[in-house]
Design a binder for this molecule. Structure first.
Ligand SMILES: Nc1nc2c(ncn2[C@@H]2O[C@H](COP(=O)(O)OP(=O)(O)OP(=O)(O)O)[C@@H](O)[C@H]2O)c(=O)[nH]1
Ligand SMILES: [Zn+2]
Length: 371
């Protein structure tokens, strides 16, 4: 079929007798649609898993119905699908409806494209992956990720990889005063040991204890993994999902040589219950925050918020704001040792957001400031 362009008219629409969608008055059309989870999007083709929580769950390749116009459909979305939903080879079904989303993870503007994009729908965990060492973990990445997660009503998790190389405790103390789930993972072999002879570095094994803990944390959730380059994110995702991102999985379905590098991909996690998904975000190293309001930004620094009650009215909370109560707050004897650094993070992010609002080269500035 190479070279041929499919469109909706190619689809033979056939009533589906096993439609599992509840019938409601609001949706008279497509009563026979089955509910499917979007797992990958590639040039107008949507790879979906129909009936994800049933024994007969299957992968169905879809196009979108014209009536959906240009509404984004992203991994994590639950959609109503009609047509041939058997998932048999060479079939193509049609997405006719996008179910209401519980959450939306956005990525805002980079400097060449001012449009804010939805990356993942319905995620309820944002796993910020950092390494204890090589590369050195940066608090700015975490602070920024926490803002993005809380702004989107998603529970953040900080995952420190390579615990075999260094002790994650000190870095994690940065999160001391915050309501954040943390976990650390490490390789299976002993510290300093070299990979087995003939074994490629990339196939490094993650310890079974680490994986069991992670599976428990992810069970029943839709979790987006995000991390700077080299932290071991792919190693983890591959170990959890059993997929080799660059080569396998969806490609069997879409028939593409390689998954498009910048889009997200939802993968199942063997050993967890149905409905558990890990969303890998290749190519996305950090989240722009241009869409986050200043108020939400401040609110996500829950450890610092109480101090602002003592600020003068209209305080901008910058280092040179007269009477800003934050400086004294982070130096209280009972404040966490990480507090001054958190304040710096907050001020960097505020400055970046304000730069954006004044019409600056947003993502670039945010990127330079934070990542
Ligand atoms: N010591 C140690 N090394 C690890 C661990 N996890 C991953 N690595 C190594 O870290 C390197 C980077 O791992 P990747 O999984 O490719 O990292 P990534 O975050 O996906 O980075 P990109 O491929 O740039 O996106 C590889 O050489 C891995 O073998 C770990 O727990 N301990
Ligand atoms: Zn202030």
């Amino acid at each position: 079929m190479a070279g041929r362009t499919w469109d909706e008219s190619d689809v033979r629409v056939r009533a589906n007798k096993r439609g599992s969608r509840p019938r409601t008055k609001q949706r008279p059309a497509h009563e026979d649609a089955v509910v499917a989870r979007v797992v990958a999007v590639d040039r107008g083709r949507y790879t979906c898993v129909a009936d994800e929580d049933r024994a007969d769950s299957r992968t169905v390749l879809c196009v979108r119905a014209k009536e959906l116009r240009r509404q984004p459909i992203v991994p994590g979305d639950l959609v109503g699908v009609v047509g041939d939903v058997t998932g048999a080879p060479d079939t193509l079904a049609r997405i006719v409806r996008i179910e209401p989303r519980t959450t939306v993870l956005r990525r805002s503007a980079d400097d060449t494209d001012p449009v804010e994009r939805v990356i993942v729908a319905n995620a309820d965990r944002l796993v910020l992956v950092l390494a204890t060492a090589s590369p050195t973990p940066r608090t700015g990445f975490v602070d920024r990720g926490l803002v993005a997660a809380w702004d989107a009503d998603i529970t953040p998790v900080v995952c420190m990889t390579k615990a075999d190389l260094a002790d994650p405790t000190e870095f994690l103390s940065h999160l001391h005063d915050l309501d954040v789930l943390t976990i650390s993972t490490q390789r299976a072999t002993e510290r300093g040991e070299r990979p087995e002879a003939g074994r490629h570095e990339e196939s490094l094994a993650i310890s079974e204890e680490s994986l069991a803990e992670l599976r428990e944390l992810l069970d029943g959730h839709i979790s987006v993994f995000l991390g700077p380059s080299g932290v071991g994110k792919s190693t983890l995702v591959n170990a959890l999902t059993g997929s080799e991102r660059a080569t396998g999985g969806v490609n069997d379905v879409t028939g593409r040589g390689r998954h498009t590098s910048s889009s997200a991909l939802a993968l199942t996690v063997p050993g967890t219950r149905p409905g558990t998904w890990v969303v890998d975000t290749p190519g996305i190293r950090s989240l722009g925050l241009a869409h986050v309001s200043e108020e939400n930004l401040l609110d996500s620094f829950t450890d610092l918020v109480p101090a602002t009650a003592h600020c003068p009215r209209g305080c901008l909370h910058t280092a040179d704001s007269p009477g800003c109560a934050l400086d004294a707050w982070v130096r209280r004897p009972e404040a966490s040792p990480a507090a001054p650094e958190r304040l710096e993070s907050l001020r960097r992010l505020l400055a970046a957001l304000r730069g954006v609002m004044q019409g600056g080269d947003s993502e670039k500035r945010l990127g330079q400031a934070i990542t």
